[in-house]
Design a binder for this molecule. Structure first.
Ligand SMILES: Nc1ncnc2c1ncn2[C@@H]1O[C@H](COP(=O)(O)OP(=O)(O)OP(=O)(O)O)[C@@H](O)[C@H]1O
Ligand SMILES: [Mg+2]
Length: 341
């Protein structure tokens, strides 16, 4: 597939309809003697998206990624990556894809830096003259520069995960496929990886990442697909997924803490907030669904806060509870987000 006609400043142009970097049809995997690990999966990942592949433990995420990367053969169905059919086109396509799959294969007796030098040397397209520089940059990007000289067997799980990610970042890629990239990281490490994913996406890389953490996907992804027991439950933009539960649940509830509850109720009512309740210095209400008081513009939470402040209401606390992807999941499956049986 030719690259899309989006370069430099034209990057903001939305992807062409049908411009998908990953597309599967009826993709199915049955392991020997087991139930279906992936069951007739139709996945469509638009170019330029940060796509969250979400599902509880055992729902088939890694199995899907292994098929996408040509590491295992599907039992049925097909998978296209960057327009080419896998696993057949692997040699041609995989150099344009950076991948981090469960437990990166590292040499424990080599330092982090030497592991990356080896990975880079295994890439026939990588210029040896710029190898050290490339490796240095990748270590820098994942926050491993200081620990680069340490043997990989002495790395913590989070450090190994970072090193695996660095190996996926040695070359600029069109597509990054990351299986649970924040697995084993502490909260600070998770934030760093999320920031990195956003940065890569801003540079135009499509990022496909699996996760069993709903809030992580909510924070970093533009699109998501939700899996349960090998089946696709829903896919679309994160906003659309949230909207599927809005119909039944409203947009969420707002709570304002103020010494002026009566004024707050009046202002919030004008702003379209319904079901207003007052308990001492707390006013809570149901947020308007889609449009602001004029019925046109989409509203923002900050508008409500501004309206309160503008009317002289002393706002001491302001918080909203929106339906989360977890709500979406429970709403669609009727199950909690637990390990698949
Ligand atoms: N090599 C294998 N042989 C047999 N069954 C397997 C194999 N790998 C995975 N499975 C089974 O396939 C199903 C899906 O597993 P998979 O690893 O794809 O899930 P996952 O969504 O990646 O889970 P996690 O969040 O725990 O990584 C599970 O029921 C698992 O037990
Ligand atoms: Mg997995």
């Amino acid at each position: 597939m030719p690259p899309p006609p989006t370069a430099g400043s034209e990057r903001a142009v939305p992807p062409r309809a049908g411009d998908r970097v990953i597309e599967t049809q009826g993709l199915t995997k049955a392991y020997r003697g087991g139930q279906l690990a992936v069951d007739r999966l139709d996945l469509a990942v638009p170019r330029g998206s940060v796509f969250g592949f979400l599902g509880p433990n055992g729902s088939g995420k890694t199995t899907t990624i292994r098929m996408l990367m040509g590491l295992i053969e599907p039992t049925a169905g097909s998978a296209r990556v960057l327009g080419a059919t896998m696993p057949g086109a692997g040699r041609r396509v995989l150099p344009r894809v950076g991948a981090l799959i469960e437990g990166p294969a590292l040499y424990g007796f080599l330092s982090g830096r030497d592991n990356l030098l080896r990975f880079d040397a295994a890439d026939p397209t990588a210029d040896p003259r710029t190898r050290a520089e490339r490796v240095g940059r990748a270590l820098e990007r994942v926050g491993l520069a200081a620990a680069a000289g340490k043997k990989a067997r002495a790395y913590s799980l989070g450090m190994k995960q970072r090193l695996g990610l660095a190996s996926a970042l040695l070359q600029p890629r069109e597509l990054l496929v990351l299986d649970e990239p924040t697995n084993g990281l502490d909260p600070q490490g998770m934030r760093e990886i999320r920031a990195l994913v956003r940065e890569l996406a801003a540079d135009g890389t499509t990022v496909f990442l699996s996760s069993h953490l709903l809030d992580e996907v909510e924070q970093v992804c533009t699109h998501a697909a939700v899996m349960a027991r090998g089946r696709l439950i829903i896919q679309g933009t994160v906003a659309d997924l949230s909207a599927t539960v809005l119909g039944s649940r409203g947009s969420g509830r707002l709570t304002v803490t103020t010494p002026d509850p009566a004024d707050a109720v009046r202002v919030l009512k004008e702003q379209g907030v319904t079901d207003l309740r007052v308990t001492d210095d707390r006013v809570s209400g149901e947020l308007p669904t889609t449009a602001g008081p004029d019925g046109q513009e989409p509203w923002e939470l900050s508008d409500l806060n501004a309206a309160l402040v503008h009317a002289g209401v002393r706002v001491r606390g302001f918080g909203a509870e929106r339906p989360s992807l977890e709500d979406v999941f429970v709403h669609l499956t009727g199950e909690g987000f637990d390990v698949a049986g």
